[in-house]
Design a protein around this ligand. Sequence first.
Ligand SMILES: [Zn+2]
Ligand SMILES: [Zn+2]
Length: 338
Amino acid sequence: MKAVVCRSPGDLVLEDRAAPGAPPPGWARVAVSHVGICGTDYHIFEGKHPFLAYPRIMGHEVSGTVAERGEGAALSVGEAVIINPYLACGKCIACRHGKPNCCVSIEVLGVHRDGAMCDEILVPAQNLYPANGLSLADAAAVEFLAIGAHAVRRSLASPGQRTLVIGAGPIGLGTALFARIAGLDVSLLDMSAERLGFAESELGFATLDGSKAPAADLVRQATGGEGFDLVLDATGNTQSVQSAFAHVAHGGTLVLVSVVKDDITFSDPEFHKREMTLVGSRNALRADFDHVAASIRNGAVPLAKLVTHRTTLAGTPRDLARWAHEKSGLIKAVIEVG
Ligand SMILES: [Zn+2]
Ligand SMILES: [Zn+2]
C-alpha cells in the first residue's frame, strides 16, 4: 500500500509499505477515506514535537470503512466509521475512572504509533464509531472538533456566561463553535487580523484583536472591567497562557486546551482572590465524539467553511510541506485517500 512517511524532520515521502495483515481479535482493518491535517502533524514534520520517534506515518483525524473485522469485533464490513485515535490501556487509574483520554500509557495514532496517512490501518474495534449517516469527509473532522467540545464540557460553564477563547486556529475555532452550541456568549482573541476577520465575517463571533491593543485593555473594554466568566486558551503559547489568568472574572474558570512545553507561573494572590478554577483538558471522550457528530448532522457546525484546502495521498508530501509555512487562508486541510 501507499503511505506518507515522515522519515525525519523536513523529510516527507510517499513510500510503498506492506499492507496490514488480518486484524487480531477485537481489532478491525479499516480502509482509510479522509485524513485531516492537524497542527500536531506540522509540528512533527518540522521536528518541533517534544517526544516523537521517526520514521512516523502521521494522521490521527480519520474516517474510513471497515474492510475486515477480527474475532469478536462488533462491526459490519463496509460500515463507515469515525476513528477515535487515542489507544488506551484499559487498566490504569485513568482508564478505570472512565478517562481513557488521559490514559497513563496512551498511544495516539500518528504520534506514538503509525497513523492513517496510508491506504489501510488496524484499529481496536472499540475505537471505531459508526458514522451513522455522516459523510466520510465530515466524519474525518469529528476528532479535531471533539477537542474543543471536550474542553467546553470540562469547564462546567452555564448558558449565557461570558466566554473568551484565545487562539483562532482550528482548535480555537472548534472550541468557540462548541462553546456557542453550549449557549455561551463567545468572543475570540488572537493576534492575526486575518484569522479574526474570518471568525467574525464567516462564523459570526465577536473578536478582540491583540495586535491592535494590549489584551488586558481589550478584555476590560469587552466586559466592563469584570473579566470573562470562562477563558479557554488554545494558543499553545506560554506567554498567552500566563496572561490568560488575568482575563478571568472573580469566580471564573480557566481551561488550558492546548499544551505548552514550559512551566507556567501565576500570581497566587490574583488566583486566590478570584477563587479561580483551573482546568486541564486533554484529547476527548466518546461522549464528545458523539456530541460533535450529532452537531454536524443537525447543521450546527459550518464545516464547509472550515475545510479550506484538499489534497491526495500522493500530493501530501508536497502540500503538507508548503502548508506548514503558507498559512494565509488555511484553516483545515484534508487528505482524500479513498
Ligand atoms: Zn489533531
Ligand atoms: Zn490506561
